[in-house]
Design a protein around this ligand. Structure first.
Ligand code: PLP
Length: 464
């Protein structure tokens, strides 16, 4: 491709992106497609001869976009909504252009140091202690796996050479994200050594039961080594009592990892800074800018007060990547599994600078206000009930009917293409989840979806 061709297609592509984001409400949030549709539509073999970019971009519009679930849609309310914001997209474009690989400082000085700078800024916004060292991973799942590996290194330094002893036990709540258990499985802890502590009526980890479980394990010759509370659980956004959990973890000498993948972002708001109370005592914490900080997928920030332990867990430096020692040169590959590392910090830098703390707070605050307003409307309606407290921007609710009625209601809302909600099960009952988190969402979107919910409920109730 010539420079001139690149310039033309680049301009066309940016125009397409700008129009897409401008007109996103015209797209169905969920595509009207079936499994296998794209595989059947596209050729089974790659082209023998190169094709023109015009044709490729045309196919992108005709084949790819119609099969896309639009996470950037302001009425995407499923899972935890996210945002590919304008500055974040520009950052991603430039990351691709630089095509760097920040394995070690020397292979990416700016990438390495911007990671230090942006994670330092974010740490300040979150009110975390200055000694917290930050590292970017792709997802919270992977970040948490690294935290647990560091916890194992602290508890059993010999595991690096000899593998797991089989004695280590980790504690999460029954509402922890499943990625924490998966991380434990990946590290070879064994699912039998991962305790899911029951929660109270507000879906928060029961500290008394945590202490009992750790006591019982210790008496049985096991080694409680890691506790993972969540600030903003996936099902309901509940907040585990981190300060009390920190007391217990400390009493057992266990590593405390706080999963604040979604909820942590809200700590930027001065009025909500207390949600991270106790996190200053954590050994590590994860928060996802790719969830509620308007940074495009993917970017997860892992903080630890024990970078040396994390380094001991992962450092292995073959001759071919050795560089001269310099105390100011961070070699991020030593703190994790990955050798090759994308320049993710650039998009975070763009996003943080473009919106600033004030602008970021204003957007997060509006999402929380919309959620509270919607929760009041639901609470006041005789046919609906709120199914869990709403501390952030996630509303869990039910139609006052059977689980099947609620399942049908969800299907009907999502089939409309006008909004996308997801579900969970709480106390054995099917519950709808509506998570607000997209940067373009306005109160009118919530009014529209609430009207749609009521109308769909009437239709499903009337159905034979
Ligand atoms: N932790 C919590 C509380 C989550 O809600 C999620 C995902 O929604 C995760 C961890 C996993 O995040 P990721 O998709 O970045 O791995």
């Amino acid at each position: 491709m010539t420079t001139e061709e690149f310039r033309r297609h680049g301009h066309d592509t940016v125009d397409w992106i700008a129009d897409y984001l401008e007109n996103i409400r015209e797209y169905p949030v969920l595509p009207d497609t079936q499994p296998g549709a794209l595989v059947d539509r596209l050729p089974a073999e790659a082209p023998e001869r190169g094709e023109s970019m015009d044709v490729i971009l045309e196919d992108f519009e005709q084949s790819i976009v119609p099969g896309t679930t639009h996470w950037n849609h302001p009425r995407f309310f499923a899972y935890f909504a996210n945002s590919g914001s304008h500055p974040g997209i520009l950052g991603e474009m430039l990351t691709a252009a630089l095509n760097g690989n920040g394995m070690v400082w020397k292979s990416g000085p700016a990438a390495t140091e911007l990671e230090q700078v942006t994670l330092g800024w974010l740490r300040q916004w979150l009110g975390l202690p200055e000694e917290f060292f930050g590292i970017i991973h792709d997802t919270a799942s992977v970040a948490t796996m690294h935290a647990i590996a560091a916890a194992r290194e602290m508890a059993e330094p010999e595991s690096r050479r000899k593998g797991n002893s089989g004695r280590l036990v980790m504690y999460i709540s029954e509402h922890a994200n499943f990625s924490v258990e998966k991380a434990g499985m990946t590290l070879g802890l064994g699912q039998d050594n991962i305790r899911q502590i029951p929660c109270d009526e507000a879906f928060r980890m029961r500290v008394d039961l945590l202490r009992e479980a750790m006591d019982a394990d210790r008496r049985a010759g096991k080694k409680p080594f890691c506790v993972v509370p969540t600030v903003g659980t996936t099902s309901t956004s509940s907040i585990d009592p981190v300060p009390a959990i920190a007391d217990v973890a400390e009493a057992f000498g266990a590593w405390l990892h706080v999963d604040a993948a979604y909820g942590g972002a809200a700590a930027i708001l001065p009025e909500l800074s207390s949600i991270l109370a106790g996190a200053e005592r954590a050994h590590s914490l994860v928060v996802n800018p790719h969830k509620w900080l308007f940074t495009p997928m993917d970017l997860s920030a892992l903080y630890t007060r024990e970078p040396e332990i994390m380094r001991r867990a992962f450092s292995l430096v073959p001759e071919y990547v050795k560089t001269a020692e310099n105390p100011r040169a961070v070699n991020y590959m030593e703190y994790g599994v990955q050798l090759g590392r994308r320049f993710r910090a650039l998009k975070l830098w763009f996003v943080m600078r473009h919106y600033g703390r004030e602008g970021t707070c204003a957007i997060i605050r509006s999402h929380i206000e919309y959620a509270q307003k919607l929760a009041s409307l639901i609470r006041a309606h005789p046919d609906f009930e709120i199914a869990a407290p709403t501390p952030f921007s996630l509303v869990c609710f039910r139609y006052r009917g059977s689980d099947d009625d609620n399942r049908a209601l969800l299907e009907s809302i999502n089939a409309s293409g006008k909004a996308f909600l997801s579900h969970t099960v709480l106390n054995g009952r099917f519950v709808l989840r509506l998570a607000i988190g997209n940067i373009a969402t306005r109160w009118e979107d919530l009014e529209d979806v609430w009207a749609l919910v009521k109308q769909s409920a009437k239709k499903t109730a009337a159905a034979p």
